[in-house]
Design a protein around this ligand. Structure first.
Ligand SMILES: [Zn+2]
Length: 130
């Protein structure tokens, strides 16, 4: 608990310090971090080369990892700490072969109404036989 609170304070301070250092100590500051680089005029390399070959592909890769993680979460078992793929759908959620038997499907209002009507019919039939 104490370690989390220390990290919660130190980590934002470290990030803030790195940003302040990048802006104040480097002549191009944050632009350099985003990939803008002053190549010499004799070079045919455009000034956006590092942006197109560095930051933007990195964001694309991060997005793809996020998408893969989302698709995995959509299809894996919803039992806590289970990593298997869900092959059975109960109440719209996937469940694996191992945990499928432990899940109880929720009753729909139609199911509850049908149960009540069945009990009322039994009571009516019981009164008619008395
Ligand atoms: Zn499971």
């Amino acid at each position: 608990m104490r370690l989390k609170s220390i990290l919660g304070v130190l980590l934002p301070l470290a990030v803030l310090g790195a940003v302040v250092y990048a802006v104040s100590c480097h002549t191009w500051g944050v632009l350099y971090g985003l990939g803008v680089h002053p190549y010499p005029e004799s070079s045919s390399t455009p000034w956006t080369y590092q942006m197109w070959s560095g930051v933007i592909p990195a964001l694309t890769v991060l997005t793809l990892f996020g998408a893969l993680s989302s698709v995995y979460h959509l299809h894996n078992c919803h039992y806590e700490t289970c990593w298997r793929l869900g092959r059975h759908r109960v109440n719209g959620s996937p469940w694996c072969d191992k945990h499928f038997k432990d899940v109880k499907p929720e009753l729909t209002p139609e199911d509850v109404l049908e149960m009540i009507l069945g009990v009322l019919t039994e009571i009516r039939d019981w009164h008619e036989t008395q």
